[in-house]
Design a protein around this ligand. Structure first.
Ligand SMILES: Nc1ncnc2c1ncn2[C@@H]1O[C@H](COP(=O)(O)OP(=O)(O)OP(=O)(O)O)[C@@H](O)[C@H]1O
Ligand SMILES: [Mg+2]
Length: 333
C-alpha cells in the first residue's frame, strides 16, 4: 500500500516525488502542450526530448523560472500528471502533500504553489522552505539549538541558510543558479571564438570538464557550434581552464550569497558552523572544486553531502513525521 503522504521538490530543472520510504520519481520540469486545445502532449523526459524538434502547434515549456512558478496552468498540469503517476488508483484517497519552495518567495508565489498542488489533486498541502527540507533530508541535527549551515545550489536558484531548532535563523536566496553558469559558458565561447553554442551543450561542458577552481589535470572537449559571422557549423575545443575562467563571474555571486548569510549569523551559531562545516547540496554542488572554492572564500570547511540531488525531496516526505515540531515554522499561505 502507498503511504498517503507525499513529498514534492518542485525544482526549476527537475521535479521529484517521494514518500517516507523512497524517491518515487524524478522528471525534468518540462511539459509539451498542444497549442490548439491547450492539452498536455507529454511531460518530463519525453517532453524534454521534443525540445526544438516539434511542429509549430506544439509548445515545449518550462513552467518554473528561478525556483518560482512562471506559468501556473502548466505547473498544475505537470503536478496533476506526476501525482497520478505515483498514486494511480489512490486518486480516490487523495494524498497529503508537503512541497518545497525557495526561502525568499513572495506570498503571491507561495500561494501559486499551494493552489497548483491543491488543484492537482491533493487533500491537504503544506509548504516547506527548500533549505529546511534539505537539512531534514541530510539528517543534520536541526533539533538542537546549535547552528547548521547549508548551501543549496539548484538549477535556477541558490540558497544559503542557517538552521537551528527546526527553523531558519538566517537565509538568503539568489535568483541565479546552474543555468546561469551555462549561460556564462555560452557568452564566453561566443566572445572568445565567435561561435554560438546551445545552452545544453554549455551544460555538458560544465558537467564533463568544468570546475570552480583550476584543476591539476586539464581536460578538453570538442563541441559543435555555429559561426557567428557565416552562420555555418563550426567545431570548437574547450579546456577545463577555460570553463573555470568562464564561470568565475557567476560563482562570485554564489559565494557572496553564502557570505551575506554568515555575516548576519549570531556569533555563537558561527562557532557551531565552524565545527560542523557547511553542507553543500543541489546539482550545482557536484561541480568539481566548488567545495574548495567555498571553503577558501568563506573560511569554513564546506563539504558535499551524500544525497545532493534528492535531499530536498527526501526532507519534504520526512517532514510529515516531524510535523508537530516544524509546523509553526512552515510558510503560511
Ligand atoms: N556534475 C555536475 N556539475 C555541475 N553542475 C551540475 C552537475 N550535475 C548537475 N548539475 C547542475 O545542477 C542543476 C540541477 O540541479 P537541481 O536538480 O538541484 O536543480 P533544481 O532543484 O531543479 O533547481 P532549483 O532548486 O534551483 O529550483 C543544473 O543546472 C545542472 O546543470
Ligand atoms: Mg532544487
Amino acid at each position: 500500500m502507498f503511504s498517503k503522504d507525499l513529498g514534492i521538490d518542485l525544482g526549476t530543472m527537475y521535479t521529484r516525488l517521494a514518500d517516507s520510504i523512497q524517491v518515487l520519481l524524478e522528471e525534468p520540469t518540462i511539459v509539451s502542450i498542444d497549442v490548439d486545445d491547450q492539452k498536455m502532449v507529454a511531460a518530463g523526459l519525453e517532453a524534454r526530448d521534443m525540445f526544438g524538434k516539434v511542429p509549430d502547434n506544439i509548445e515545449v515549456a518550462r513552467p518554473l523560472r528561478n525556483g518560482v512558478i512562471a506559468d501556473y496552468e502548466i505547473t498544475e498540469t505537470l503536478l496533476a500528471y506526476l501525482l497520478q503517476r505515483v498514486s494511480g488508483s489512490m486518486r480516490i484517497f487523495r494524498p497529503r502533500v508537503m512541497i518545497s519552495v525557495p526561502y525568499g518567495v513572495t506570498s503571491v508565489e507561495r500561494r501559486a504553489v499551494y493552489e497548483a498542488v491543491m488543484e492537482a489533486g491533493s487533500r491537504e498541502a503544506f509548504l516547506i522552505q527548500q533549505p529546511l527540507a534539505a537539512a531534514i533530508g541530510i539528517d543534520l541535527p536541526i533539533n538542537s539549538p546549535s547552528g547548521n549551515m547549508i548551501i543549496s545550489l539548484g538549477g535556477g536558484c541558490t540558497e544559503a541558510a542557517v538552521i537551528a531548532m527546526y527553523g531558519i535563523v538566517v537565509a538568503d536566496t539568489l535568483r541565479a543558479g546552474g543555468t546561469d553558469l551555462d549561460e556564462a559558458i555560452v557568452t564566453y565561447v561566443r566572445r572568445k571564438y565567435g561561435v554560438v553554442i546551445g545552452q545544453a551543450t554549455a551544460e555538458q561542458l560544465k558537467i564533463r570538464i568544468g570546475a570552480a577552481v583550476p584543476q591539476d589535470t586539464e581536460n578538453s572537449m570538442e563541441v559543435q557550434g555555429q559561426d557567428q559571422v557565416t552562420g555555418l557549423p563550426r567545431p570548437v575545443t574547450l579546456t577545463t581552464g577555460e570553463i573555470v575562467e568562464a564561470l568565475q563571474e557567476p560563482l562570485k555571486q554564489i559565494v557572496e550569497t553564502g557570505r551575506r548569510v554568515l555575516e548576519k549569523t549570531p556569533p555563537e551559531l558561527v562557532s557551531d558552523i565552524i565545527d560542523r562545516g557547511v553542507a553543500l547540496c543541489g546539482g550545482g554542488a557536484l561541480l568539481r572544486g566548488i567545495d574548495k572554492l567555498l571553503t577558501k572564500s568563506l573560511g569554513i570547511p564546506a563539504y558535499l553531502v551524500d544525497n545532493p540531488l534528492t535531499c530536498v525531496v527526501q526532507g519534504t516526505a520526512k517532514g510529515f513525521s516531524m510535523l508537530n515540531v516544524i509546523r509553526r515554522n512552515l510558510p503560511k499561505v
